[in-house]
Design a binder for this molecule. Structure first.
Ligand code: C2E
Ligand code: CA
Ligand code: CA
Length: 723
């Protein structure tokens, strides 16, 4: 090594020189004047000068101009306090080619020299005289490059962290918060100031207040904390309904774990979407099930529908092994009245109850279906005793049931048709059951009838009957019978009821057959008018003899729908010379249900003209005493079914007495129908019934037999008085 010479021993110097040259930093020994005594190899590389060119150089040209004062300052401080180490300074160096470069310099005082240099050590400084300095310089150009890429990496990381939708929190191993992103604060609603504070406590409290299950939340945290190298993934439910996914993994620097990175992802939208998809699938499945059910099921009763029945019937007929196939078709009696009087809800309730009972009666049935309205059908295959099942249905259905607070006794007509010897198709079997059902209705309802070929004849007759009825009035086939009504108190016949008769080709058709048909076809208007006109004409004289006498005519609801019904009646009365006050119009209770104002007005007009209105067949069907006071009527006619309850005359029949008392208390008069025995007449007379009607007094008789009829009635009445 050149430039180092002097008194010392050569070996020591050589070692020192080698050590200097081995240093990666540039080392320059300076005298008190700042002149270079010697420099090492690194200095030659750094400043771009041959190593032997340094000796005797001023060190200042090696420093960029702006930093020379700083270096001088460093030296000054060192010399003033030689045992106080000075931190390195960041300055710029100057190469021999004039280029500047970043430089970090440090300095130390070397053992004292013979003199001091005023140029290096400012006057007044009390540094040791002749001090030498060792200047160590290190180029930092590479360091700047590293800093820059670090900054770049940092900004990239920050940008990434801030742009991610995840909330990120970095915790040190000591449990302190090392970092977080904006999203973390937003997700948890943590004010930034809380995390910048000294303690994590307030922020933790904000978090804890939101999680649905803080206990398991903390337990999970502790568990993960125990194993610093563990990764975790779980789901956190929040009280506000949000769902966070929570991931965590250790934060490492090299091999060392320095903390843990927590990331929270708001999975609520995804979960909601999943839930929606789930719900939509469920709805779809339900809807499909409903549609499927609708295709096969009656929605009201839950029974099978017509399509199911038809298919099952066709299948059973196609199955040769099945020896018996029975179809039981049934229809409720007077169901329309339930609907009209008690309302559609009651009607529905009734159908549901009927369905329930029907199912109970037919546990072995292949199909129990509702065909529509009040029509049901039961299919039995290989059933040993279908007649027994049919009878059971009729019985079970007739048990009283309370619907909408009213006790009802459902009844039905059932037609039974079975697969016989001759092969029949499904539609034929059903038609046979239908014919049998109509026969059951015609035979008085509340019963079952098995199909018989004779019934076909009856059906053919029924269809012919309608065309016959069309011509009945023009052909003069409609006549009137009169039945006397007596007053026990007055001891005489006070009224005659006109009853329509139809003689068809020498054969009498009962009113119970042709009146409903006439009502269905509207022919009742013509027939009713005929009966009224004929009745008035025939009775005009009898009525004129005594103003207390009256003529009663039956009026159906269909007639009351006629716009000018009241006018027609009054005109007929005038034409025949009958005073309106001698007329009684008999209507049944059902005309008042779904009655419009027009119908009430018609009756009002007639009553205003003096005519009276009687409520026929009172107590049958679904009528009630309670409604009586609201009806525009003058008289109540107690139905013969009540009268027939009197057999010996000794029975207690509170229903009869309460009907009569109730009517009287409302100012109505009471007529009892169907009096056939003296016991019945006595019983009703004892109850203060106003008038009596029935075969005991007289059958209905045509006008030309009126005298004997009246005579018979009065005799019967006298006989009663004599008892
Ligand atoms: P309704 O108005 O209740 O007439 C009384 C029915 O009872 C009559 O039957 C009569 O013959 C019958 N009867 C009278 N006394 C007795 C008795 O002691 N015992 C029994 N078992 N029955 C008795 P009919 O004549 O067969 O008439 C049946 C129904 O046809 C009538 O019942 C009425 O609702 C209807 N009807 C008859 N003529 C007419 C009419 O001109 N117009 C309308 N709209 N309906 C009519
Ligand atoms: Ca009547
Ligand atoms: Ca009646």
């Amino acid at each position: 090594m050149t430039g180092i010479s002097g008194r010392g021993n050569d070996v020591a110097l050589q070692i020192f020189g080698a050590a200097m040259n081995a240093s990666p930093d540039a080392l320059l020994a300076l005298d008190a004047d700042g002149m270079v005594l010697c420099a090492n190899a690194a200095a030659a590389r750094l400043f771009g000068l041959p190593q032997d060119a340094f000796a005797g150089l001023d060190h200042r040209p090696l420093i960029a101009e702006g930093f020379r004062g700083e270096v001088a300052n460093l030296f000054r401080q060192l010399l003033a306090h030689p045992d106080q180490p000075q931190p390195p300074r960041e300055i710029a160096g100057l190469r021999s080619d004039g280029s500047e470069f970043p430089l970090e310099v440090a300095a130390a005082v070397l053992p004292a020299g013979p003199r001091s240099d005023p140029a290096l050590i400012p006057a007044g400084d009390t540094g040791p005289a002749g001090a030498r300095l060792l200047l160590s310089a290190r180029g930092t150009a590479h360091r700047q490059a590293t800093n820059e890429s670090l900054r770049e990496a940092m900004s990239l990381l920050t940008a990434t962290l801030e742009s991610t939708a995840d909330g990120i929190l970095v915790m040190g191993v000591d449990g302190s918060v090392a970092g977080f992103n904006e999203q973390f604060l937003t997700m948890w609603g943590i004010p930034p100031a809380l995390l910048e504070a000294d303690s994590e406590e307030p922020a933790v409290r904000v978090v804890m207040a939101q999680v649905a299950d803080p206990v398991s939340f903390t337990a999970r945290l502790n568990e993960v904390q125990k194993d610093p190298s563990a990764e975790s993934h779980d789901v956190v439910e929040l009280l506000d309904g949000r769902t966070f996914e929570r991931y965590s993994r250790p934060q490492r620097v090299g091999e060392k774990i320095v903390g843990r990175v927590w990331s929270f992802r708001d999975a609520t939208p995804r979960r909601k979407a999943q839930e929606q998809v789930h719900q939509a699938l469920k709805d779809l499945a339900e809807q499909a099930e409903k549609l499927r059910a609708m295709a096969f099921q009656d929605p009201l009763t839950g029974l099978a529908n017509r399509a199911v029945f038809n298919e099952a019937l066709a299948n059973s007929l196609a199955e040769p092994r099945l020896k018996t196939v029975d179809v039981l078709l049934l229809d409720l009696d007077d169901f329309k009245e339930v609907n009209d009087i008690l309302g559609h809800q009651a009607g529905d309730d009734m159908l549901v109850e009927v369905a329930r009972r029907l199912r109970g009666c037919t546990p072995t049935a292949d199909v129990v279906a509702r065909l529509g309205g009040d029509e049901f059908v039961v299919l039995l295959t290989a059933c040993p005793d279908p007649d027994e099942i049919a009878a059971c249905i009729v019985r079970c259905l007739h048990v009283p049931v309370t619907i909408g607070g009213t006790v009802l006794r459902p009844s039905l007509s059932l037609g039974l048709a079975s697969l016989g010897q001759d092969s029949v198709g499904p539609s034929e079997l059903l038609r046979h059951a239908d014919i049998a059902m109509y026969a059951a209705k015609a035979a008085g309802k509340n019963r079952f009838l098995r199909f018989h070929p004779d019934m076909m004849q009856a059906l053919v007759q029924r269809t012919h009957m309608e065309s016959g009825l069309q011509l009945a009035v023009p052909r003069g086939e409609i006549t009137v019978d009169f039945q006397p009504i007596v007053s026990h108190r007055m001891g005489q016949v006070v009224q005659l009821e006109a009853l329509a008769r139809w003689d068809r080709g020498g054969e009498r058709v009962p009113p119970s057959i042709f009146i409903p048909l006439a009502e269905r076809t509207g022919l009742i208007n013509e027939i009713g008018a005929e009966v009224m006109a004929s009745g008035m004409v025939q009775l005009a004289r009898w009525l004129s003899e005594d103003p207390s006498r009256s003529l009663a005519v039956n009026v159906s609801g269909v007639q009351l729908q006629e716009r000018d019904f009241a006018g027609t009646v009054l005109r007929l009365a005038e034409a025949s010379g009958v005073a309106p006050y001698q007329l009684v119009l008999e209507v049944t209770e059902s005309v008042f249900f779904d009655a419009d104002g027009d119908l009430i007005d018609q009756l009002g007009t007639l009553r205003a003209a003096g005519a009276r209105v009687a409520l026929d067949d009172f107590g049958t069907g679904y009528s009630s005493l309670g409604r009586l006071q609201d009806l525009p009527v003058d008289t109540v006619k107690i139905d013969k079914t009540f009268v027939s309850m009197v057999r010996t005359g000794n029975e207690r029949l509170p229903i009869l007495s309460s009907m009569i008392n109730m009517a009287h208390s409302l100012g109505l008069t009471v007529t009892a129908e169907g009096i056939e025995t003296a016991a019945q007449a006595d019983y009703l007379t004892a109850l203060d019934c106003d008038s009596l009607q029935g075969y005991l007094f007289s059958l209905p008789e045509p006008g030309d037999r009126l005298i004997p009829a009246l005579h018979h009635a009065e005799e019967a009445l006298n006989a009663l008085k004599g008892r």
